[in-house]
Every structure is written in structure tokens, then in C-alpha cells.
Design a protein around this ligand. Structure first.
Ligand code: C2E
Ligand code: CA
Ligand code: CA
Length: 714
């Protein structure tokens, strides 16, 4: 081998760029050993395929190729040292298609072994003619394989480095690399994105340029202590961006060491956790506050209530107020949910403006609000507080230019109180329901009287359920006197409940039955008993008696389909609907009870009559009388009682009678106890009179006796 050949190769690789090295040396080697082909190839990870990195054919760089290792001379070269076949190589490797296609005759291949002793590449020369001497190829390959190996290794390092750099650059977390003096020598793009500083601005600085001052010096001392002892620290810190904005971030710092275990670098990795913190805060908020009004929800309310209870002193109490908007569902249905939501926000705002600063307003959702009133010294103070809250609803709410007048029902309770065994919230709730039950737009205090009443109501409710199912209710009949015919032509069926040795008045149990949904059952019992009784009366000759039965607003069916149910009961006894008059109070005729109207018309259609009971005690609106199909008007006892002594009441009664006459409605006066009252009513033109003067309500047998013996009015 001549020196010039070596020089030729060396010349080809001096002053070449990194990328050209392999190509140049491949072509130079091909030239000096006179090979038709020379290539450097990598062994694939699967160790089955060989892929050229550079391929020189006929002195020129050609496109790279790949071929299977199996059955090729390279297979041998990779395992052993050098493989040289001076001629007829195709005969030794008949299955190597490449050799055949390229018309190769001689082959020289050599493994390229890296610094770890691994063969990952191969250097190959191929000749179309036999090799007269393989010496040159052998020596030049041996001479330059080391260099090629180094180059390959360097390339692979560079690849890895550039990959690492890419990873750092494209990482979403900020990276800061400092030297051992904690001076910044590198930052990535995410660093700039998060902090607002460019790399240029911070090179050479200490990472404390990001310091927000939110962590004290002791925090940093212990952090550095850990980095220096353990080589690693991670935790949450609040840093400051270039624009002064603070941001929470999760920071991980590692100390890098050399072989002598000296720290050479500090690498910090951090990511902005503002969003996560925000999400955490949002979740915490949602768990504790109402999403619509942002006031504490039930969960937080209970915690705050407990905290307030824990802080009570001997001379200070607290109060819990529950506020419920009257007819909120109707408002919601009528104006829509958006409107309802706006109303709730306004309600919350209004209440919050009148409560004291140390108190808590909570919103449980829908129209349920609660207030914890701290520092209560007396019951009067709570009453006053409740009044203020109620009065805050005096003005209408204006939402989307619509005026809505809203009222509330409020239940209140003081704590501590005489019932340590009861839950303070439930007490307030009971009081609130009572306020609603009493007709809304009012408040109710959970007091001694309230508690007694509520226990009594519960007791009566339970007994009532029993007595209904045991058919234990009776019906008495009170005669109604006709002033024109001077006869008893009607009677009112009144339910009677005898509990042991005492009577419970309907004034007490009817409202309970209404509240607990038992009134319909009572109504059925009364109507059936009245039918039975009238059947009996007719059978013994009292053929023209009309029975009045009372109907509560809660007894009216919700569905039109049930509108015939009372008529059906009556006819099932062989009676006529005209044998009955239904007495109802004005609440049945409220504007929202549209079905009642249909039902009333239906009853009248079948022949029953309708009486408006207790006239003068409710709204007594004349417009009701005109709008609704009423046959009789019952003047309330309170007017009748006073009319003979009180001139005003006499005027009222005479006005009602006159008015009814113009509307073609007949008058029944109730509660006439004296002859004076009966005469006065008769003189005023009253059509019918009912009262103790004639008779108290009587059990059926006594009623029959009464009308059998009845001789006349005076
Ligand atoms: P109401 O419909 O106004 O019935 C008249 C009430 O006045 C009856 O009371 C009757 O006993 C009483 N009364 C009649 N005449 C006089 C009198 O001259 N002086 C005095 N002081 N009172 C007189 P009662 O039976 O206690 O019923 C009370 C209320 O309970 C009734 O008032 C009615 O609203 C309701 N009620 C009674 N029975 C039923 C029923 O079957 N169904 C429904 N829904 N309510 C009923
Ligand atoms: Ca009545
Ligand atoms: Ca009445």
C-alpha cells in the first residue's frame, strides 16, 4: 500500500463538515482500493436488516439501500472480525440477491465496533472483478475503521443531544439550568412563555429574579438545604412574572454531579399551576356556595351554624331564620326559569342588604334561604329582625322591566332553647311550614305555644288517620230555615269526631286534614253518609230537603276527568244532584284555581247548587260573585252575631243582602242564636236562616225528630 493512498483518504476527510465525513471517506476508500461499491451501513434494531448510511457506487454517492443480513457475507462480518472473499463471492452466498443483481465477485466487510464493544455498523467494499490482492482493502479498513466508529458515535451523541434539546425546548414545563454558582446558563421556551422573560434577559442571573417575596428566607434555606443534602427538592412556590403578576408553580430542582460527585449544574423544572389552583378553588366554591347567588349553600350553612353554636356565650343566643318565597313555583312556571333565577338573585341581594354584617345569609337552592342571626339578646330582637326581613319585600322586584310583587314565609327559632333534643334547623323548618300553612306572607316563631300546637297537630293527624280508616267519623245535620215558607227546607252536613269522651271540633281538625292530605277522605265519608241519610229521609217522606255539604279547596280534583266524582256518588244512591248544595269558601275561587270553576259549572249543570260560605271574612270580592256561578251566599256568623247591637254590622248585612238580590243570589244567614236576630234577618229580606236559635247540628235520629216536630219559625 502506498502512502499516497493513505494521504488521499486523509485529505478527503480533513476540513470536512460533520455531515460530509462519512460520504467523503466512503468515496475516498472506494477510490483508493479500486472498489466498485463501498458503503457504511447500520444494523437495524431487529438485527435482521442492514441499512446504508452512505453508499458510494462507481466513485459517486448514490442513494441508500437496505438488504437482509441473512445469507449475506455481512452476516459473517458482523459476528467475526473481517470478512474478505477475493472472488466468486456469489458462489459462497447464492441466496444473497444483492450480490447477484449487482454482479459482485469480490467482497470485503468489516465490523465497526463502538466504544462499548458493540457492533452496530459495518464497512463494506464490493468488487465486480476478482481481487488480485486484498491487502490494501484490509489495511485501509483497519486504519480508518476507528475514525469511522468515532464519527458514528459522535453522530449518535449529536442526535441524542439534539433530541434532548428539542425535548427541553418543546417541553410544556419551564426549564432553568444553572451552573454550580447558581447562575442561569439555559432556559427553554416554556420558561419564557410562563415568566415573560427571554433567555437573553436572565442568562447569568440567579433564578431568584422570579422570586415573589411570598416565601420567607427560611423557606429558601430549607429548600437549598435539601438540594445540597439530597440532591433534589420539589414543592409549590409562588413566583412573579416579568409583568409583576404572581403565579403558583410546581417546582422540581435537581443537582447534577460529575464523577467526583461535585455539583456541576442545577436543573429546575417547573409548571404553572394557576389553572389547577383555579379549578381547585372552583370546586371548593361549588361545594360550599350556591352557584347562582354565590351565598353559602346548605353544606356550608351547617358548618357555619355549628361554628356559631360553638361560640355561644351565656348571655348571647343565636337565631335561625328560614325564608321561603311564596308561590315561587308559579312565578317560575309563568315567567320562565331565567326570570326565576333573576328573581332569586334579587331576593338574595335584598335580604343581604338588611341583615347585620356578622350574620350569614345562605341559599340552599330553589327558593330556600336561611339566615343565621348571631348575638341575640332577646326574643323581641328576633321578632324585629324577622319584621325587617319581611318588610324588605314590600317593594316589588323589577326584572326585565316586569314588576313582580313577591312575599315570603319565614320560620324562626332561637338557640339554645327549651328543646335541646330537637334539631335547630328542623325547628326553623317546622315554623316556616306553619307560616306557609297559615296562608303565606307571614312569619312563625318556634315557641312554647308553637311547639305544643305542632305536637298537638301531629297527634291529631295520626289519630285522624286511624279514625278515618276505622270509619269513626260521624255527620250531624243542622236545620236551615226558609223565611218564605217558614219550613226547614235545607240542612247542613257537619262532620263530627268523638275522641274518647271528648269532641274534637272541625275548626281544629279540618285544617290539619287539609295540611296532611286527609281532607279528600273526610269529604268522601261525609258525602256518602249524607247520601245515606237523605235516602232515609226521602224514604220516610221528606222528599224536598236539600243537604249542604262543605267542600274544601283541597278536595277539588286536579284533573278534569274526575269532575264527575261527586255527582256519581249522589246518583249511586238513587238521589239527584239537585238534592245537594256544595258549600265552599272563597279560596276555591282564587284566580289560580281554574279547574274549580270547570268543576262548579259541571255540578250546576247536573243540578246541584253552590253556596259561598263565610261571606264577609275573606276577600269578599264582588268580582268573584260576578265571575263565578254562585246560587247562595252564606253571611258569616260574626256579622249576624253583632248585627242587633252594632249598627255598622247591620248595614253590612243589609248591603250584602241587597247586593246579592241584584245578582240573583239567595242569602243564608249563619249563626242566628236569638229570636231578635231571626226577626232582624227576616226583615232585611234574608232567604234562609241557620243557627242555634233553631237548632244545633243534630245526629241523624235527632234531626228526624226535629223536623218531624217542627212547627214554624217564631
Ligand atoms: P261552617 O261551614 O261555617 O259551619 C258552620 C259552623 O257554625 C258549624 O261549626 C256549626 O256548628 C256552627 N254553628 C251553626 N250555628 C251556629 C250558631 O248559632 N252559633 C254558633 N256559635 N255556631 C254555630 P262546626 O260544625 O264546628 O264546623 C266548623 C267548620 O268546620 C265549618 O264551618 C266548616 O268550615 C268546617 N267543616 C265542618 N264539617 C265539614 C266537612 O264535612 N267538610 C269540610 N271541608 N269542612 C267542614
Ligand atoms: Ca258551611
Ligand atoms: Ca260558615
Amino acid at each position: 500500500m502506498t502512502e499516497s493512498k493513505i494521504h488521499d483518504v486523509i485529505r478527503s476527510i480533513s476540513n470536512v463538515n460533520n455531515g460530509d465525513f462519512l460520504e467523503n471517506i466512503t468515496c475516498a476508500l472506494a477510490r483508493v482500493i479500486d472498489a466498485d461499491y463501498v458503503f457504511i451501513a447500520n444494523l437495524d434494531d431487529d438485527k435482521e436488516t442492514v441499512k446504508t448510511l452512505t453508499f458510494c457506487a462507481d466513485g459517486q454517492i448514490a442513494g441508500n439501500i437496505s438488504y437482509p443480513l441473512k445469507s449475506s457475507p455481512c452476516e459473517k462480518a458482523i459476528c467475526g472480525e473481517m470478512c474478505i472473499v477475493s472472488e466468486n463471492v456469489r458462489l459462497s452466498y447464492p441466496d444473497d440477491k444483492l450480490l447477484v443483481e449487482m454482479g459482485i465477485d469480490a467482497y470485503a466487510g468489516m465490523p465497526l465496533i463502538d466504544s462499548q464493544g458493540q457492533t452496530k455498523a459495518i464497512l463494506v467494499a464490493m468488487f465486480e472483478t476478482p481481487l488480485s490482492s486484498s491487502k490494501d482493502a484490509e489495511s485501509l479498513f483497519l486504519l480508518f475503521s476507528g475514525l469511522i466508529c468515532k464519527e458514528l458515535e459522535k453522530n449518535s451523541y449529536v442526535d441524542k443531544l439534539s433530541l434532548a434539546k428539542k425535548v427541553m425546548e418543546q417541553s410544556k414545563s419551564g426549564v432553568i439550568v444553572c451552573n454550580s454558582d447558581a447562575e442561569i446558563i439555559y432556559t427553554n421556551q416554556a420558561f419564557s412563555n410562563i415568566t415573560g422573560y427571554s433567555q437573553q434577559e436572565v442568562l447569568g442571573s440567579n433564578p431568584n429574579v422570579l422570586s415573589s417575596g411570598k416565601q420567607g428566607s427560611s423557606f429558601y434555606e430549607s429548600m437549598w438545604d435539601e438540594i445540597l443534602t439530597k440532591g433534589y427538592w420539589e414543592g409549590e412556590v409562588i413566583d412573579k412574572r416579568k409583568n409583576g403578576e404572581l403565579f403558583p408553580n410546581w417546582l422540581m430542582i435537581s443537582a447534577l454531579t460529575n464523577e467526583k460527585l461535585e455539583t456541576t449544574h442545577y436543573v429546575s423544572n417547573f409548571y404553572d399551576i394557576t389553572d389547577r389552583k383555579y379549578a381547585e378553588k372552583t370546586i371548593a366554591f361549588q361545594a360550599n356556595y350556591n352557584a347562582l347567588t354565590h351565598f353559602p349553600n346548605k353544606f356550608l350553612f351547617e358548618k357555619l351554624l355549628q361554628a356559631s353554636i360553638d361560640e355561644l356565650s351565656d348571655d348571647r343566643k343565636l337565631a335561625v331564620l328560614l325564608v321561603d318565597i311564596d308561590f315561587f313555583k308559579d312565578i317560575n312556571d309563568f315567567y320562565g326559569h331565567r326570570f326565576g333565577d333573576e328573581l332569586l338573585k334579587e331576593v338574595a341581594k335584598r335580604i343581604s342588604l338588611v341583615i347585620s354584617p356578622g350574620d350569614t345569609l345562605a341559599h340552599f337552592g330553589s327558593d330556600d334561604f336561611a339566615i343565621i342571626v348571631n348575638n341575640i339578646a332577646s326574643q323581641e330582637q328576633v321578632d324585629e329582625y324577622v319584621n325587617i326581613v319581611m318588610e324588605s319585600f314590600a317593594d316589588p322586584f323589577v326584572i326585565n322591566d316586569i314588576n313582580v310583587k313577591s312575599t315570603i314565609s319565614c320560620g324562626a327559632v332561637c338557640y339554645p332553647n327549651s328543646w335541646p333534643e330537637l334539631d335547630v334547623f328542623e325547628m326553623a323548618e317546622k315554623a316556616m311550614y306553619r307560616a306557609k300553612g297559615k296562608g303565606r306572607n307571614r312569619s312563625c316563631f318556634f315557641s312554647e305555644v308553637f311547639h305544643k300546637n305542632s305536637m298537638r297537630r301531629t297527634e291529631l293527624k295520626n289519630k285522624l288517620i286511624n279514625v278515618i280508616s276505622n270509619n269513626g267519623l260521624d255527620v250531624f245535620y243542622q236545620p236551615i230555615f226558609c223565611t218564605k215558607s217558614k219550613r226547614v227546607t235545607k240542612c247542613e252536613a257537619l262532620v263530627r269526631w268523638r275522641d274518647g269522651d271528648q269532641w274534637i271540633t272541625p275548626f281544629e281538625f279540618i285544617p290539619i286534614a287539609e295540611e296532611f292530605g286527609l281532607i279528600t277522605d273526610i269529604g268522601k265519608i261525609v258525602l256518602n253518609k249524607a247520601c245515606e241519610f237523605l235516602r232515609e229521609l226521602k224514604d220516610i217522606g221528606f222528599t224536598d230537603l236539600v243537604v249542604s255539604v262543605n267542600r274544601s279547596v283541597y278536595e277539588f280534583p286536579v284533573n278534569d276527568a274526575d269532575n264527575n266524582q261527586w255527582v256519581d256518588v249522589i246518583t249511586s244512591y238513587g238521589l239527584m244532584p239537585s238534592d245537594f248544595c256544595f258549600e265552599l269558601t272563597e279560596s276555591v275561587l282564587a284566580p289560580d284555581k281554574s279547574n274549580s270553576l270547570t268543576m262548579l259549572r259541571n255540578l250546576q249543570y247536573h243540578g246541584s247548587t253552590i253556596a259561598l260560605d263565610d261571606f264577609g271574612t275573606g276577600y269578599s270580592s264582588l268580582s268573584y260573585l260576578r265571575r263565578f256561578p254562585i246560587d247562595f251566599l252564606k253571611i258569616d256568623q260574626s256579622f249576624v252575631k253583632e248585627m242587633t247591637g252594632n249598627f255598622d254590622d247591620k248595614i253590612i248585612v243589609s248591603t250584602i243582602i241587597a247586593m246579592a238580590k241584584t245578582l240573583n243570589i239567595k242569602i243564608i244567614a249563619e249563626g242566628a242564636e236569638t229570636l231578635d236576630q231571626v226577626r232582624a234577618l227576616t226583615n232585611l229580606g234574608c232567604d234562609y236562616i241557620q243557627g242555634y236559635h233553631f237548632s244545633k247540628p243534630l245526629p241523624p235520629v235527632n234531626f228526624i225528630k226535629y223536623i218531624t216536630n217542627f212547627t214554624g219559625g217564631d
